[in-house]
Design a protein around this ligand. Structure first.
Ligand code: SF4
Length: 202
């Protein structure tokens, strides 16, 4: 596995966006971070705007940690998705460690398969500080929204602490959140058929 690259620095992370409080991106209520940059380019990816390595906004890791901490009492944990979080694995690890230290849980989505990651020291280090990893590329021909937060049947859940277990797969359902800002801009997040939701809103 050679395609995973170092983060842009030990203290910076390039992200596309974040939502401070969402219930559509993992168990319970979470601060969700869409990491910018993904070299996997899955066919049918809904987030191709997050593929570019130079897009998004660069944050100091400490800056993002402080922001997460300011929501500590309103969230159960954080979720990394993207984009590809493991292409900035050092920064993701630093943030995960800091938020676990204050009692928050960490869920990480990756397009890489677990088997592609297991030999990597940086991945072993990350798994000390996360609770759930959801792996696997989005495979359009295996599209399946029956399980929470995943879009295709090849994707799997791995548990690294006793905070969560496989019961979350049946306890939670996929959902899509719709946000309309003061300028009437609509944004969607979560998992499901976004096209159908947008058509229903017309
Ligand atoms: S890994 Fe995720 S963000 Fe990257 S191309 Fe695949 S679906 Fe899109």
């Amino acid at each position: 596995m050679t395609r995973i690259m170092r983060g842009i620095s030990r203290v910076d992370i390039r992200i596309n966006s974040y939502i401070p409080i969402t219930t559509a991106e993992g168990p319970n209520t979470r601060f969700c971070i869409w990491v910018q940059g993904c070299s996997l380019h899955c066919k049918g990816c809904a987030n191709s705007a997050m593929w570019g390595k130079n897009g998004g906004t660069v944050y100091k890791v400490e800056e993002l940690i402080d922001l997460i901490k300011s929501y500590k009492d309103k969230i159960e944990g954080i979720t990394f998705l993207g984009g590809e979080p493991l292409e900035q694995i050092e920064a993701v690890t630093e943030i995960s460690k800091a938020v676990q230290d204050i009692g928050l849980s960490v869920v990480v989505f990756t397009g890489y398969k677990y088997s592609e990651l297991t030999g990597m020291e940086t991945f072993k280090e990350l798994t000390k500080y996360i609770d759930v990893l959801i792996d696997g590329r989005y495979e359009e021909e295996k599209q399946d929204f029956s399980r929470p937060w995943v879009g295709s049947s090849n994707q799997n859940y791995y548990f690294f602490s006793d905070k969560y277990d496989e019961s979350i797969i049946t306890k939670y359902k996929n959902k899509i959140e719709v946000r309309i800002d003061k300028n009437n801009n609509i944004s969607l997040n979560g998992m499901g058929n976004f096209k159908e939701v947008l058509e229903a809103m017309r």
